[in-house]
Each structure stands twice: as structure tokens, then as C-alpha cells.
Design a protein around this ligand. Sequence first.
Ligand SMILES: Nc1ncnc2c1ncn2[C@@H]1O[C@H](COP(=O)(O)OP(=O)(O)OP(=O)(O)O)[C@@H](O)[C@H]1O
Length: 329
Amino acid sequence: MSNTIIELKDVTKVYIESPFAGVKSINLAIRQGAVTVISGESGSGKSTLLKLISGLMSPDTGSVLFKDEIVRGPESRLIPGHEAIKTVAQDFNLNIYAKVYDNIAGLLPNTNLKAKDQKAYEVMEFLRIDHLARKRAVDLSGGEQQRVAIARAIITDPEVLLLDEPFSQVDTLVKNELRADIKRMARYLGISVILVSHDPLDGLSLADEMVILKNGIILESGVPRHLYNAPGYLYTAQLLSNCNVLTADEAQELGISSYKDTIAIYPEWIRLEEGASLQFIIKDVFFKGSYEELLLNLNGVKLIAISTDPGKYTKGMQVGGRIERFVGF
Ligand SMILES: Nc1ncnc2c1ncn2[C@@H]1O[C@H](COP(=O)(O)OP(=O)(O)OP(=O)(O)O)[C@@H](O)[C@H]1O
């Protein structure tokens, strides 16, 4: 496929120390210029996959291709990694006592100092850290250090940028700004971004394509909206939503008949309305700011629903509800 920049063909990497860990039989095509988010629970193999893609680790079997050329592992390269693929690791790898400018510009050759300076400022402006140029990295916040680390990675014009848990050290506000910057990098610089995250929100709001990993295998992949609304696996539904999980018998109590063993109902799929045929008792109300989560009970079946009308419902009240959608597994 012409717009595939990275391709993994039947890639397996098993750690000798723990033979059940690692990744197994991975087939994956990464689209050029897209933001791909790899999501999965802790230990599912996300970081292993990133190391294999960057060439920092070699697969036991199978191959990783960059533009149809094999990405060679550390055994066959003096400097590990592929020059067109750059990784921003969780520890940022900054020279923390050096100035921001030197951290970034230091990666360019001294053959043309004017061009070096110009390029460094271009990248710093793009990531909105040019005002920090003369500060030492150690004096920056986590979000600012993250931007410096990204600037270091993109200053040499890589075609692929790998980000390992880029939001782990930043608060929600900075996280939203960083998400926007990552999208801009893909759109305006044409960099293909592959991002690893255990927070499903990163994938839902950022990814063009999302890959769901479980125990080292790819369960499914697709555009976030589709994966969210029509998950093929309960694991995906639980990763992406705080969903209610019921047995077939419990679902029957709610008037849902299905031949599937397990039924998932997202909280927003429960419509609260007067006079609805299902009458729930509110067991608890959890304030969430702009909305509330209601813990509902009907004949022992417990469900979390959402109310966007904070204060309307209180513990002990009876409330009518209708299940608008469910997914069976
Ligand atoms: N160098 C190693 N030696 C042995 N086992 C390893 C090594 N690196 C990772 N593993 C194991 O491989 C599995 C996958 O690890 P990996 O770090 O890729 O998962 P992850 O999804 O990135 O996890 P997390 O979200 O916790 O960072 C885990 O069970 C881990 O313990």
C-alpha cells in the first residue's frame, strides 16, 4: 500500500526471562501522516511494540519495514535506531543542566550556524517554547520538558515520531494543549506519529487510528469512533468506557434478550425519563462536575447511568429509564 510508512509483518518478540510477555504475531500497517495510538492495559506490550518499530529492539521472528525497507535492530547498527524514526521516551532524555536552546540546537551540525539557529527557533516556535530558550531544562515544568523532548526529536526532520506515554507527567490542561500540538505536527509537518498510552481518552480524542493490544496481541484496530461504538471485544469496551457489564440473566431483568453471554451498556446509553417501563432506585449519586453518575438498582441489577442535570436526582429516589443500546459479547 502506497500510503503505508511502517509495516509490521508477523512480528514476535518474547522475553527469555518471561516467555509469556512481549508481543506475538503482530501485523500492522501505519499510515503516513496519521496519528496512531496504541492502547492497552499495563503489560500488554505497548512499549515493546514501540521499541521494535524504532529499531531499538529486534524481533525474534517477522520483520518491521520502513517504506518497504527492513528496520535493522541494534545488533546490526553502530547507533541503534533508524534515522528517520525518532522516539521520545518517558524519561525525556534531556541534558537537564543545559539550556533549552542547547538541548535542541545541539543535535544539528555546526557547519552552518545561521541555519542551525534558524531551525532551532522554528521548531521551538512551533512547539511554543521559544520564550524558554535561555532557561535550563531542569527549571521547566513537566509539560515544558515534554515539549523540549519533542523538539529534540523533530529537529532532525524525522518521518516517524514515537511517543511513549507522552501525557504521563502533565495535568489535564497541559495535556489538552499537548494533544493539539501533536495533531498539528502530523497535519502541518507531515510526521507520522505513533503514540503509546494507557489512557483511552488520549486515543479517542487524538487518534486517526487506534490499535488495541492485549497480552501482546492486537485484538482490533480502527477509527476511535467506530471502536468505541461497536467494540468487537469486551476488553475494548472496558478500556474505552466505564461501561456496565452484565450477565445474560441480569440483562434479562432489564428486558434485554440476547444469545450473547455478556452484555455491555455504556452509561450514556441509559436514557432517564419519566414514565419509562424500567423503574430504578437510585442507590448513590457521584458528583463529577459537569455531570453526575447515578448508581441505579433494579431487582439487584446495578447500573451506572449519567445525569447531565446535576442536583436533579438524589439517593433513594425512584427514576424511570430506558436502555437505548447495548453490545453483546
Ligand atoms: N526487558 C524485559 N525483560 C523481561 N520482560 C520484559 C522486559 N520488558 C518488558 N517485559 C515484559 O513484557 C510485557 C510487556 O511489557 P511492555 O513494557 O511492552 O508493556 P506495556 O504495555 O508498555 O506496559 P506499561 O503500560 O506498564 O508500560 C510485560 O509483562 C513486561 O513485564
